[in-house]
Design a protein around this ligand. Structure first.
Ligand code: ZN
Length: 161
């Protein structure tokens, strides 16, 4: 069991945060972006980066080779769809994809948009963590948070089409 502190300060005990999110026990701030039969996508507002999306499987699995044929097919189509929406409504030119199988949660991929300010932390995988922490520490004003919520709504709308 792990104790998770929610955005509103409430704490809950869960075996797996991903299960709690895809099962609706924990509602990510900003809500669900899109759901398919096998996957669930939301913005992680723990790191206020416009257009940053987390796609999690609905099943409690960890590794890519555990996906069924149907899940694998659904997965790539969903990521492509989200990527296209990021480009069309948010003007995101490049995205970094991060996925680790030894997660304490379950199968989920981070789609991290690449912004010009991130280059101060490097140009590859080493820049990911510092950029996320920089956003969390320095880009969390009310205006910036509102901009994130705005971008979530735009993405959600685009994904309905
Ligand atoms: Zn799980």
């Amino acid at each position: 069991m792990r104790t998770i502190t929610l955005a509103d300060g409430q704490t809950i005990n869960v075996e797996c945060l991903s299960c709690a999110i895809v099962g609706g026990l924990v509602i990510p701030e900003g809500g669900v972006l899109i759901e398919t039969d096998y996957f669930h996508a939301h913005q992680d507002v723990a790191y206020p980066i416009t257009g940053q999306v987390i796609v999690a499987s609905k099943r409690h699995i960890k590794c890519l080779d555990e996906l069924t044929e149907e899940e694998a097919h659904d997965y790539i189509l969903l990521i492509r769809k989200i990527r296209k929406a990021q480009r069309e409504v948010l003007g995101i030119e490049h995205v970094y994809y991060f996925y680790n199988e030894d997660t304490t949660h379950h199968f989920h991929i981070w789609m991290v948009p690449r912004y010009e300010w991130m280059t101060q932390f490097g140009r590859s995988v080493e820049s990911l963590r510092p950029a996320l922490l920089h956003a969390r520490t320095n880009m969390n004003s009310i205006e910036e948070t509102n901009q994130i919520i705005n971008s979530i709504n735009k993405l959600r709308e685009a994904l309905l089409e």
